[in-house]
Design a protein around this ligand. Sequence first.
Ligand code: B16
Ligand code: MG
Length: 216
Amino acid sequence: MKKGFIFDLDGVITDTAKFHYIAWKDLAMDLGITIDETFNETLKGISRMDSLDKILAYGQRDDEFSIEEKEVLAQKKNDAYVQLLADLSEKDLLPGVHDFLVQAKAEAIPCAIASASKNAPMILEKLGVLDFFGHIVDPETLKKGKPDPEIFVKAAESIHVEPQDAIGFEDAQAGIDGIKAAGMYAVGISETEILTGSDLQVASMTELSVEQLITI
Ligand code: B16
Ligand code: MG
């Protein structure tokens, strides 16, 4: 029997990857670096500063900026990203998410968020689903980002569930690797990518039933 659910945010609850992409692409262009959608895939689940480092390395400009300068660049990207989220609302929940959270609440299964995004609380509030989650792991408290299991282990602790009794939901390979390294059951959600190591992969949450999953 499974007793707790741990969700990634971007790509599982909502699709904010397109907004991250616009904001990073504009910032990269200002730096004379061109990124495309294929490169953007490599930024999924990766922290803001690690994403900036990857973009600078891709443009062969990684040795040119001090930490302070990089902080300014990351802040500039985030300001643009947050502006793009202005109209985010319940309509932006990915298919099946609301029903699934309602089912989990009905079955008294605690839910937590394990997202690399520092914007997670604000995004969940705009989506109207903040109250479904018992805890949101603060990515500032982590020593290592995904694929390290730390964020998933902390999420399970926060809802008082042992890792082997938890199910993690992820859209990115780094996240699936983290869930498995934490000793949890991994549900991969992607229409396009093969998420290696997932115990179950679906194209969307509409295919999932809480009643069936908790009996695993
Ligand atoms: P922020 P997830 C991740 O969210 C995104 O996939 C990744 O592209 C982003 O850089 C990261 O959050 C940090 O986001 O700049 O808002 O702190 O997939 O872990 O929910
Ligand atoms: Mg994600």
